[in-house]
Design a protein around this ligand. Sequence first.
Ligand code: S6P
Ligand code: ZN
Length: 186
Amino acid sequence: MQTGELISVNFDSGVLNGAHVLESARTLRDLEGVFRDEAAYRAMDPSKVIYRTQFFLPVPEGLEGGLFWGTTFIEPGRVGDEYFMTKGHFHAKRDRSEYYVTAAGSGALILMAEDGATHAQFMTPGSVHYIPGHTAHRVANTGDTRLSFLACWPSDAGHDYQTIAEHGFSARLRCIDGKPELVAER
Ligand code: S6P
Ligand code: ZN
């Protein structure tokens, strides 16, 4: 039996194991301009890790027809009244879709269509989230523990961070009276 590039996933933690699993981390410094409360952002340690990712890329990036697999781990915390969250992106090839599956913790998947219409889906262990093409996606950790979710996306999807850096999401998930609330920006 041929095993290929075997990896495994721990469904309780979301952790991927295998010789070909890659890792990266985003610190507060990498999230410049993401959070609305600039003063709160400046007062925090820029080297603090906000989220880490693990990736399994069995085919070259950009190849049509392949699939990638990964896990994202977002620490609990807030910058001002906004929860720690991912930068968020559209896929560079806009029609490419993606699945997220929550492994641990609780959070919200924030989805924004190209016309700016935004909504959120609650994430809880076992929840499966289909992200259609043409939809920007970002995840916020609304809980007190680490949020982990698995992802599967096409190897030619690519990432467009620039559009979000320039225009942001049209709504932000803020902690209001202790509860997450999606608040329109404009
Ligand atoms: C890739 C997929 C995820 C994110 C990860 C980090 O298409 O959506 O693996 O890359 O959750 O988020 P971001 O917005 O920093 O790439
Ligand atoms: Zn994506």
